[in-house]
Design a protein around this ligand. Structure first.
Ligand code: NAP
Length: 285
């Protein structure tokens, strides 16, 4: 049985750790706020007090924490061992992925950069898409973990390529959410029932399951967290930074302005669709 050390049991990490244990692997999990990890005790996961305990003796270490600095801090405390495989699944962007690869190299660990597509519900269903990148000989060792958390693994190339593809996917999600918020808000401001917008695009080539889920949340003004707005803002910054001078990421910048306004208004823990409130009230401009 492969032993897994799992660091970070938030919205995504908790169901991922549970699914890895359900697949028959031996999982030890740590979370900074221990209470958040406790439910895993009933799902075949050993919950421990420190990152070091979770990682000691593990064949594979998985990190699923908020951002690059959080991963760096947790892994420094965990003390990776020579020969361990470290699967870094948090969204950390280009620079942090490279910095974390150097941390792994120093420890003699094998670094696999593998962020995921999908949110709370696919994480619970073990149906994420893993954007994996790293050395070829690591594929077999990490396959049981990826099979447990995802429905599909896309091997992208050398370590870091997964994080780059993840940014492209997030640019799409951020712009899509912002565009959706604009159409829903505009429908309402033009004196129409905003649900008519979803009705109008239904079943056509402009429709998307995503528009249906997030658009309904906007119409109902209810945003239970699936992908929290504070993390979406973090990702928008990573996307813009990665685009540099080469790509005009105006859609992502618009989403970020509205996300920042939503976070400033105290909605950071709500789902990213909450940027709708800033679009509707024109609070970001
Ligand atoms: P979350 O529920 O907010 O969890 C964040 C996790 O990071 C928690 O375990 C938190 O610990 C921990 N953390 C934050 N700062 C820390 C620090 N300084 N030291 C140690 N631990 C720290 O977020 P999530 O949605 O699970 O997201 C996790 C990662 O997956 C992020 O990189 C996110 O961008 C990415 N992601 C999220 C989604 C999504 O839809 N939610 C989808 C794809 C990728 P505490 O519990 O103690 O706060």
């Amino acid at each position: 049985m492969t032993r897994i050390g799992f660091l970070g049991t938030g919205i995504m990490g908790l169901p991922m750790a549970a699914n890895i244990a359900a697949a028959g692997l031996d999982v030890r999990a740590w979370n900074r706020t221990r209470a958040r990890a406790e439910p895993l005790g009933e799902r075949g996961v050993e919950v421990v007090d420190t990152a070091r305990e979770a990682v000691a003796g593990a064949d594979v270490v998985v990190t699923m924490l908020a951002d690059g600095p959080a991963v760096d801090e947790a892994v420094a405390a965990a003390d990776l061992a020579n020969g361990q495989v470290w699967v870094q699944m948090s969204t950390v962007g280009v620079e942090w992925s490279a910095a974390l690869a150097r941390v792994a190299e120093k420890a003699g660990a094998v670094y696999v950069d593998a962020p995921v597509l999908g949110t709370r519900q696919p994480a619970e269903a073990g149906a994420l898409v893993v954007l994996a990148s790293g050395p070829d000989d690591a594929c077999e060792r990490v396959a049981p973990v990826f099979d447990a958390v995802g429905s599909r693994t896309v091997w992208v190339g050398e370590a870091g390529a997964g994080s780059r593809l993840k940014l492209a996917a997030n640019a799409w999600v951020l712009s899509l959410t912002n565009a959706l918020a604009e159409s829903v808000a505009l429908t309402g401001s033009l004196g129409l029932d905003p649900a008519l917008f979803l009705e109008a695009i239904k079943g056509g080539s402009m429709d998307a399951p995503y528009a249906r889920v997030k658009g309904t949340a906007m119409i109902e003004d209810r945003f239970p967290p699936s992908f929290p707005a504070y993390l979406a803002a973090k990702d928008a910054r990573l996307v813009i930074e990665a685009g540099g001078a080469d790509v005009d990421l105006a859609g992502t910048r618009a989403a970020l302005a509205h996300l920042d306004a939503a976070v400033d208004a105290g909605f950071g823990e709500e789902d990213l669709g909450v940027l709708f409130r800033a679009v509707r009230s024109n609070r970001a401009t």
